[in-house]
Structures are given as structure tokens and as C-alpha cells.
Design a protein. Sequence first.
Lengths: 285, 292
Amino acid sequence: MVNKAALWKRLLAQSYIWILLLVMYMPVLILIIYSFTTSALGEPIVFSWKNYADLFLSHEIQVAVGNTFILAFVTAVISTIIGTLGAIGVYESRPWFKKTLEFTTQVPVVNPEIVIALSLIVMFVFVGGIIGRLELNFWTLLSGHLVLTIPFVYLSVRPKLMQMDPALYEAALDLGCTPRQALWRVTFPEILPGILAGFLMAVTLSLDDFIVTAFTRGPGLLSGPSNIQTISTYVEGIIKKHPLPTNLRALTTFIFLGVLLLVVTFAVVQNVKAGKGKRRKGRQY
Amino acid sequence: MPSTSEALPGRPKKESRGQRFFTLKRRYLAFPYALFLLLFVVIPLLLIIGYAFTETDIVAGEKVTTFSFQAAASFFTSPSKWSVLFVSLFVGVQTTIICLLLAYPAAYFLAEKKFNSNKVLVVLFIMPMWINFVIRTGATRDLLDWMGLSGSTHPWEATIIGMVYNYLPFTILPLYTTILKLDHSQVEAAADLGANPWNVFWKNIIPQTLPGIVSACEMVFMPVMSSYVISDTLSEGKITLFGNYIYLAFSNSLWNEGSFMALIMLILIGLTMLATRKIEKDPTGSRGGDIW
């Protein structure tokens, strides 16, 4: 009797979860289904590959996708370097400095994107007023994305530093390492998971950004003389006035598959790691 | 007498120990980070405050910047700007409540072993966050259009639905991480001591998961108030939130007015941070860093 009640509860819980998931994925799923047809949403589906062909022929989309990935990669590399070094440095700093920087790190995290974006453009306008011309380009855009991502790299490296045994670094120095060697051979491997997590976070934050990009971009990258177009700004420019064009349905399919692939890879890697850990433990005891 | 300090016996010893001109100390590594934050976070925010209380006029062909309460005055006297504030607050509150109501059971079911032991489901809830949100917004808009809830006829409903769609994962995640840490012996003790299920939930489980609830609210409320794309797309420009207003100021180069609006947002954030500081001890712990 009790078992039966528990079973019912479980069933109810599971159906709630699945229905919510279904509703959440509905827009994207419908887009993916309709990516194989050029008919409007709700109309009968006439199968065709035209959207996919369009996708590979559309220069604009390729430029946007290319820009997005170049920007995300450059952003992630730079923010990972500055953020990681910052985390190590701040961790060893004097208390007042540490406190100040910890607080300042929180600012872009809690600050709405639009305020970050406006504050940056106001600064560019201000500097432009001093030097006589306002010039937005790839570097202003990059700085905007760095503001978005660097604190998150810092915040994902910091807990790894806190978990690390501080004696390890000292021991490396005592055993004859130079500080640089000790950092590279002792600290770096210890905090590597945090660095990787920070890198991935930076990539995803940069890929998804619209507001800061729209405010700080200028001409450059693959867009050449016109303003840098990323997936977000390109799509936003269209959906302001029109429904999503059919070739973007195909793009959605690819993005979805890409994300799915990453998630599955990540899950597998985690599982393998967990398995290894268990085996090692088993052998030891 | 400065010459004596040079002749101190300790000095040559020091020199022999640190033979290189520059010894790397770990705290020096913070330099680029600190410089970056100063240049691109602190100074821009100070400039926002500066621009909020100044005015630039062109007098005899030259730009003259003067201290002024023009932007502030125009905010406090213009009903349309007041309505931006109230509409934003209202959309923010409504979205946050709906998100919490939908997300709490989901997070609870996901975290409790007796309802669900499948970790993949959690990832499924987070996955939409990684699909470009502009595309997702467009997709939601097209779907709602098709269902007859277009922005031109139902701007409010469409906007709220779009917001909930986008922010639900951000609500589920912090709730999930706190519910995972739920102390079950406390819950059982409450039940054993005679509390009915309602009281167990209301007086034990909710207080235990309060940090997660607060963190979820923070993740939704402010971003909703300041969002631009979702409200602009789904209401077809009929609903103006802080984000839309600041965007408008940006596209018309109204730096002073935009800065004042941004300043009000900053004050609101400061207030919420102060209000939630006590409840939430670690503001970053459940902010999504745990996904990886």
C-alpha cells in the first residue's frame, strides 16, 4: 500500500518534470522539425533540404557564425589567462587588496549586462571626446566580452586554490624550483579543472551575448568594413521585423546538435573519470 | 645618517640570497587583473555616475560640460520614465514568482532520490541556456504568434511567457543545488514531532532552502528588469523595460539620460544586495559554477 503510494508520487513527479521539459523545448523542437521544410509554422510539412542548402550558401550567416566563434575563442583565451593569474595573485595578496578585488569582481557579476554595456560605451565616448574621435572596433568589442567573462574565470579558479594545499608550493620552492617553475608544475596542474571550467564558461557567455556586443562593436573581423556581426546581432536584426527566416531553422538544428554533442562528451568524460577514481580506490584498500 | 644603513652587515647577505634583479612573487600576478578591473569596470561605472549628473552643451562651437540635475529632473518629472520603472518592477516580480512556482517543484523532484535518480534530466533543464538566446526568443515569438498570442494583441502575456522561458533554467539551478544539501534528518524530525506535511514544507523545507530561493530571485529579477531583446521582440516594442530604455538612449546618443537610468538600476541592485546579504552567505556558490 505504502509502496503503491510512493510509486504514484514518483510517477507524478516524473511526469511533471517531463511535461515541463517538453514545454521548455517546444519552440526549439518545432524549429528543428520545420527545418526540413520551407513552409510556415503550422502548415503541412513538405520535406526539403533547401534550408540546409541555403545555410551553406548564405555568406551573411557564415560571416556571423565565423565572427561569433573567433570572438568567443579569443575572449576565452585572454580572459582565462588574466582571470587565472588574477585568482592566484589575489589569493596571495594582502587582506585589504584581496577584499577590494573580491568586491570589484562581484560588480560585473551582479551588474545587468545593459549597465555594463552602457558604462563601457560611455567610457569610449569619453575617451573619444578627449582624443578627438570615437572609434569602435574589434578591440572595444573584445574588451566588452572580457568584462563579461573574466570574473567568471576568476570565480571558478578561486575555489580550486582554496582546496589546494598551500604547503605544496612552498615545498616546490624549498626543493629548488624557481617561483615560475613551481607555479607551472605544482599550482597549475592542481587548479587545472577550475581553469578549464572557467574557459568553457567564458566561451558560452561570449557565444550567447547580445547587449554588450551591440553596444561595443565596430567594423572588423570577417565583417570587414561594416560592423561586426555575430549570430546574436544578426538574428536580432532580422527578428525585430520578421519571423525567423527558414535558413535559421537549419542553423538552430546545428547549434542544438553541437550543444548536445558537448553535453554528451562532457557526461562521458565525467563518467570515465568517476569510474577511474573508484577503481583506484578499490585497489588501494 | 644614511651611510650607516648601507653599511649594515645584513645587506650583502640579502644580495647573495636574491641574486636576480626581479623575484616573482605570486601576488604580482594579480596586477593585470586589477588593472583590467580598474580600467573596464571601476572607471566606466564612475563615468556613468559622472554622466548622470552632467550635461553637455555646444556653446560657440565648443562642447561645454556642466554639472546639472537635468537627467534626474527629467526622470522624476516624466510619467513615461516612471512607468518604465514600474513596468520593469512589475514584469520582474511577476516573472520571478512564476519562475519560482514552476521551478521549485521541478528542482525538488530532480534533487530527491525517491522521485528521480537520473542526473541527465538536470542537464536537460540547463541545456537551453547554451542555445543562442536570440534564436530561442525568435522561436518562442513565432510559436506564440502561431498560437494566437502575438505581441501585437497580447504584449504582456507574450513578454512574461518569453521571460519565463528564458529564466527558468536560471531558477532551477540554484534551487536544485540547495535542495541537494537538504538535511533530511531535520525534515524527518519535524514529521516525527507531529508536524503535518504542510507545516513540514512551510516551516522546515522552505527555511532550509531559503538561500537557494534568494539566489534564484537574484538570478531572475534584475536581469528581467534590464532585459532588452526579449521584451522588444515578444511585445513588438509595446513594453519598455529599463533595458529597452537604455538601449533607446544608446541608439540616440543620449548619454546623460541613459546614464541616469543605469544609475537607478545600480541603486536597485545595491539595495537588493544589501537586503539579501544576510540570507545568502555565498553569493557565487550556486550561481552556475557548479554545472561544470
